[in-house]
Design a binder for this molecule. Structure first.
Ligand code: KG4
Ligand code: ZN
Length: 348
């Protein structure tokens, strides 16, 4: 089954073709970073308008470069949520209209499900069940993944997501948007032990996260330190990064202990962070667990994870109503299982 995937939940327009027999055919992505950078963050209305302009040309390019025709497509998957409502609506309206015109099955996919299944696109991939750590600009989650559609959220952020904390802290330090990767680069030359920043909720036995206090602690530090010094900048960046990584790694190891799962999938933009990768590798090796990542281009938002997730679900018999509605807020715990509302979720 050849499935067209469409991602438009935030500031990336992504499209991909996934074939159940062959695997991923190809994907194309347009990032709106340049549009939003001057505002220091994503402007939802600009994001929606840009998705409208880019979606059709991107799909045309995808078909051209894969030598496929519209007629070859057998199913359509799009991101139904969570995300920005206007941006999601662009993808939903496009996907549902195309599916209606071509009489194709169409499915609205959960964005986070896409992230947590994305490492399955790689040749070195985990098998069910596994633990997933999702760390992106909008989400921080630990999920027990038992099978396709059978997920239990073990912990999530009570306030800022990990990527959001990186971006807000970077902004405080005068770095451009999105500041996460820039702050990580700055941290490479810094001393992570110079400033002892808080590790929020680290002493609690549950798997919840909180990062907004950390950002406030950095703001207080900046107020009394000399930020014109490159050494101070690098040391603050390294100390902040060490605190976030410490919390993420410790909670992930606790989740491994609590669930007994021995495979850990890490996805979302912050999973590109080299310090996080190094410490997770070390920590998970110590408890004999193995870590899996999607390739770097699939750590952040992309159409491939939506085409792939949509293909798995469509093949399992899941299909959406002809319904343009989107779910800007949508908990992973509310995903229907197996598919449709009639059967009950099995116990974890
Ligand atoms: O997954 P993603 O594209 O966004 C959402 O779906 O929300 O991830 C983007 C986030 C941004 O917050 C960005 O600053 C962060 O990932 N990020 C990083 C790094 N690369 C991207 N944060 C820390 N270190 C990095 N190397
Ligand atoms: Zn995402």
């Amino acid at each position: 089954m050849l499935v067209l995937g469409i991602e438009s939940s935030c500031d990336d327009t992504g499209v991909a073709l996934y074939d159940s027999e062959v695997g991923l055919i190809d994907h194309v992505l347009f990032s709106q970073i340049a549009t939003h950078a001057i505002y220091g963050g994503v402007v939802p209305e600009l994001a929606s308008r840009d998705h409208i302009q880019k979606l059709l040309p991107l799909i045309k390019r995808l078909l051209l470069q894969t030598a496929h025709k519209l007629d070859d497509i057998q199913g359509i998957a799009y991101t139904r949520g969570p995300g920005l409502s206007g941006a999601l609506l662009v993808g939903a309206a496009f996907a549902q209209s195309l599916a209606f015109a071509r009489k194709l099955p169409c499915l609205g996919v959960h964005h986070i499900e896409g992230h947590l299944l994305s490492p399955l696109l790689e040749s070195d991939r985990p098998s069910f069940p596994f633990l997933a750590l999702i760390v992106s600009g909008g989400h921080t989650l630990l999920v027990n993944v038992q099978a396709l559609g059978v997920y239990q959220v073990l912990g999530e952020s009570l306030d800022d997501a990990a990527g959001e904390a990186f971006d807000k802290t970077a902004k405080l330090m005068g770095l451009a948007y999105p500041g996460g990767p820039l702050l990580a680069r700055l941290a490479k030359n810094g001393d992570p032990t110079r400033y002892r920043l808080p590790r929020p909720l680290l002493n609690r036995s549950d798997l919840m996260f909180s990062f907004s206090g950390l950002k406030t602690a950095v703001a207080q530090l900046i107020a009394k330190e000399d930020l014109t010094s490159a050494k101070v900048q690098a040391d603050i960046a390294a100390s902040f990064q060490a605190a976030v990584v410490d919390v993420l790694v410790t909670k992930t190891l606790s989740a491994v202990k609590q669930t007994g799962l021995t495979q850990v999938v890490v996805s979302g933009g912050v999973s590109a962070n080299s310090q996080l990768r190094a410490q997770l590798l070390f920590g998970l090796q110590c408890v004999k667990a193995k870590v899996f990542y999607p390739r770097i281009e699939f750590c952040t938002d992309n159409g491939a994870m939506i085409a792939f997730t949509g293909c798995l679900r469509l093949q399992a018999g899941d299909v959406s109503e002809q319904d343009f509605s989107v779910k800007p807020r949508w908990s992973l715990n509310d995903l229907s299982y197996p598919f449709g509302a009639t059967r009950e979720k099995p116990p974890m």
